[in-house]
Ligand binder design. Structure first.
Ligand code: MEZ
Length: 526
């Protein structure tokens, strides 16, 4: 049936729905729901990792293949360095820029290498805001408790304490650099409430928070004249032969040559893995989100944490086809947007945690209450016009200009008509195990932002990722710089790779996928 006909049920049922309040799930009911419907619990999607630091643990098949995959670097590569630095930062998103700036501020010679352009990243696409306890009625302790509850109590307490405590100083730093966070009529920072949070705590720049933050960070990296190499993907780490990290091999994506970088410390800030399209899910992620840092760190011997849990953001676009998987910010639900099934019913408290909301949407669709498009895709409605009804005409344009444009490009007016959504692969909850200074289990190898794990437990709260990457970007940069001051450059070897390959052979693993992937196959011309 035509989408415009199907939409009518949302308009017809709006007045009735406005009178309803839906309770949040109790912990027991939440667990039952998630176990039945959340993609993390589809056993057939998982398999054990056969060797390496996480041998015997299970993860999704796509990631297991990547971790066990084959390095593109030949073991006899000439390791004469083309560049020698104190701190090599791999990744040009929020964590990478923050790390580079803080390493530089601490006196290090820094190289920032990024496989696409500086700032091309998930960070720049972040919409809904950054959680920081900045108001009088809020506190870092409250932020800690909300995050712990959202993460099913599986968060690393020390990492979490550092993040919430340092939030306010990070907000101050960003304001001083020139980030234009939204303010109220009196000029105070305006905070919004996000799913799973007990207090309004989201600092926003309309619905282009990440874009605004990255505008400023990118400018700052350029202003400080930090050396940046674009279109240079890290494809292998270097070690001193005793397991300490001493640099990396980059691949120049223009001429395909290897570039050896000697670095006293390396910070991997390579982001997430949405473009692995786990379990066939579409993704809200950037094309570069192929989990490179996980594979590189794993081969060096770094342990990964909680790589069996992923975040499927409840609202990924389903229609039109050109937008499949694109994020429809949680901010719309935070401002009161209802989720509505094909029968015109609400079915979940829209501000419950993301794993609950996504599981509920999947349940509605599996039990026959989803809305099917002409091309056979399925989803539920997000009642965007409700915001105009509740808060007045122009509300969407004022608070969600990016979202309005995203649909306008295809002739759709979200102020007039609801949008069809379904969960989209958004975030990897786990990653490389780090300590409070962002150092992995491998000496002198730091990991910051989405590539690291432990902080978010089994479900990240909205807005905690922007804060995560600023806090641990900063800590990794500062620690890596001071570490580099106190030591000489170590030897450059591929000893870890030789050992890794021997282990693969021992487990009968040969001819695997090339790892890291760098870009998904469908973006390549061959
Ligand atoms: O933190 C996020 O993932 C976020 C704020 C996303 C969004 O819905 O805008």
């Amino acid at each position: 049936m035509d989408i415009h006909v199907l939409q009518q049920i949302v308009h017809k049922t709006r007045d009735v729905r406005r009178t309803q309040t839906l309770p949040k799930y109790s912990p027991a009911d939440r667990d039952t729901l998630i176990k039945k419907y959340h993609p993390d619990f589809r056993e057939s999607a998982y398999r054990p990792i056969r060797f390496g630091p996480n041998a015997g643990e299970t993860t999704v098949r796509e990631l297991a293949a990547l971790l066990e995959g084959e390095s593109p670097v030949p073991e006899d590569l000439d390791l004469t360095p083309a560049l020698t630095v104190d701190v090599l930062v791999v990744g040009g998103g929020g964590a990478g820029c923050a790390a580079a700036l803080h390493a530089y501020a601490n006196g290090a010679k820094v190289l920032l290498a990024t496989k696409l352009r500086l700032a091309d990243s998930n960070s720049v696409m972040a919409q809904g805001g950054m959680q920081v306890a900045v108001t009088g009625e809020d506190s870092p302790v409250q932020h800690f408790l909300d995050t712990l509850k959202g993460g099913h109590m599986k968060n690393d307490h020390q990492l979490l304490k550092v993040m919430v405590d340092e939030g306010p100083s990070i907000a101050k730093w960003l304001l001083e650099l020139g980030v234009l966070f939204d303010r109220d009529a009196d000029g105070n920072l305006h905070v919004k409430k996000g799913g799973g949070s007990s207090k309004p705590r989201l600092l926003t720049c309309s619905d282009y928070t990440g874009l605004e933050i990255m505008r400023v960070l990118k400018d700052e990296v350029l202003n400080q004249k930090i050396q940046v190499m674009e279109f240079a993907a890290a494809v292998e780490m270097l070690s001193d032969g005793t397991g300490t990290c001493t640099g990396a091999v980059l691949r120049d994506l223009d001429n395909h040559r290897f570039v050896v970088v000697a670095a006293k410390t390396v910070i991997l800030a390579t982001g997430g893995i949405g473009r692995l399209h786990i379990q066939g899910f579409p993704t809200s992620n950037h094309y570069g989100a192929t989990g490179d840092g996980l594979a590189l760190a794993y081969r060096m011997g770094a342990k990964l944490l909680q790589v069996d849990t992923f975040q499927y953001h409840p609202s990924g676009a389903v229609y039109p086809e050109q937008l499949i998987g694109a994020l429809v910010t949680e901010g719309i639900r935070s401002e009161g947007g209802h989720l509505v099934n094909a029968k015109g019913e609400r079915f979940v408290n829209e501000l419950d945690t993301r794993d609950v909301v996504s599981s509920s949407i999947i349940r509605e669709c599996e039990e026959g209450r989803g809305v099917r498009t002409m091309s056979g895709r399925i989803g539920v409605w997000l009642d965007t016009p409700l915001l105009e009804v509740e808060q007045g005409p122009g509300t969407l344009e004022k608070h969600f200009p990016a979202m309005v444009r995203q649909y306008q490009r295809f002739g759709l007016d979200i102020a007039k008509d609801p949008v069809l959504i379904y969960p989209t692969l958004h975030y990897q909850n786990g990653g490389v195990q780090i300590d409070v200074n962002s150092e992995s289990g491998v000496r002198n190898l730091f990991v910051a932002g989405e590539a690291s794990g432990g902080l978010h437990g089994r479900n990240r709260l909205m807005g905690n990722s922007l804060l995560d990457l600023m806090v641990f970007g900063k800590r990794s940069g500062a620690t890596a710089a001071s570490r580099a001051k106190a030591m000489p450059q170590g030897q450059l070897t591929l000893g870890h790779l030789t050992r890794f390959k021997a282990e693969a052979r021992k487990h009968g693993v040969t001819g695997g996928v090339q790892s890291p992937m760098i870009l998904p196959a469908y973006t390549r011309k061959e």
